[in-house]
Design a protein around this ligand. Structure first.
Ligand code: ZN
Ligand code: ZN
Length: 343
């Protein structure tokens, strides 16, 4: 049985390949991938700015599809089930795994980063990495559950109180999700701070009460020492400095964007303002809530899905993503029989 795969093969390079479909072992499930989200991490891996595993490797960790085959001992899934995929794995035996924190497992890894990901027609993975998709969530929307689960895990750590003033710095997809989640969590006024007017406008359409483009001066920015909460979804030295300046004394700062290298911070001010800094990555326990929020419309994904390609055009999708056009918020690759059009 034939599988089609796109592999990252070296510096900003990728190639299609045909292979036999994998054997489905005990406890495993084969998913026919239907939609794949292109993530900034994919680009960083391809350019060598993020290193997890050497090429050749099929990337892709924002995935949704349909169960095709199940291995022996799998009773919770059957062919035809609509699913989204949690790409994270742990050993399953250590204390962190057993307490629901597989992302902290010493042996944790991720499909599409450390192991072959979803740039394939058919992907085999452990049955425990699947979540059931209600019919009301499309496959392309479901690809965003992975990103959203990281964002929701971060929001949970902030213990948002109703009415608090909050800012999001960074106008990528995660910034647009954080704006919505802060509003859903009860923040009173949410300011969205970025560098691209089209993204800032979208953020306001999705619930931000104010928006500020840092390239057009300080006039739109929240006042210094005015914010109870800030989420740094950019992860640069300048975004961190801005967050520290805007936070009230005793404020909470969620560090979410990855700088990729050590950066300087004004620790003197952090100490004197008694700021609370929180790092956040994955949050395995929040997946069911993410799916509930998507199904109920409490968080909207569709407005972020701006461009679509077909599986055969994966190289074009990646090249387009690399062009970093402001309007291209999230690019979806369809691995199904449709023409690759967003519905
Ligand atoms: Zn991602
Ligand atoms: Zn473990």
């Amino acid at each position: 049985m034939r599988n089609e795969i796109w592999e990252w093969t070296g510096f900003n390079a990728m190639e299609p390949r045909v292979a036999e479909r994998s054997v489905v072992h005990d406890g495993q499930v084969e998913v026919r991938i239907r939609a794949i989200g292109i993530c900034g991490t994919d680009l960083h891996i391809m350019s060598g700015h993020a290193e997890f595993a050497p090429p050749p490797l099929p990337l892709g960790h924002e995935l949704a599809g349909v169960v095709e085959r199940v291995g022996a001992g799998v009773t919770s899934w059957r062919a035809g089930d609509r699913v989204c995929i949690d790409p994270l794995t742990g050993c399953g035996k250590c204390g962190e795994c057993q307490s629901g924190n597989k992302h902290r497992c010493p042996d944790s890894g991720e499909f599409g980063l450390h192991y072959p990901g979803g740039w394939q027609r058919y992907m085999v993975l452990p049955h425990a990495n699947l979540y059931r998709l209600p019919d009301s969530i499309s496959f392309e929307e479901a690809t965003q559950a992975e990103t959203l689960h990281c964002c929701l895990g971060g929001i949970d750590k902030l213990n948002v109180r109703i009415g608090e003033h909050a800012s999001v710095v960074g106008d990528g997809p995660t910034g647009l999700y954080f704006v919505q989640l802060l509003k859903a969590a009860g923040a009173g006024k949410v300011s969205f701070i970025g560098m691209r007017d089209s993204r800032l406008k979208l953020g306001q359409e999705l619930g931000a009460d104010a928006a500020a483009n840092i390239n057009s001066g300080d006039s739109q920015l929240p006042e210094s020492e005015s914010q109870d909460i800030i989420i740094d979804a950019a992860g640069t030295e300048s975004s961190l400095a801005l967050c520290i300046a805007l936070l009230k004394k005793g404020g909470r700062l969620l560090l979410f964007g990855l700088p990729g290298k050590p950066i300087a911070a004004d620790v003197q001010t952090i100490v004197l303002k008694e700021l609370n800094l929180l790092g956040s990555t994955n949050a395995p326990g929040v997946w069911p809530r993410v799916i509930q929020m998507m199904a109920s419309g409490q968080v909207k994904v569709k407005p972020l899905l701006t461009h679509a390609y077909r599986f055969e055009e994966m190289d074009k999708a990646i090249a387009f993503a690399r062009s970093q056009i402001d309007e291209a918020v999230k690019i979806i690759v369809f691995a199904d029989d449709t023409k690759g059009e967003l519905r």
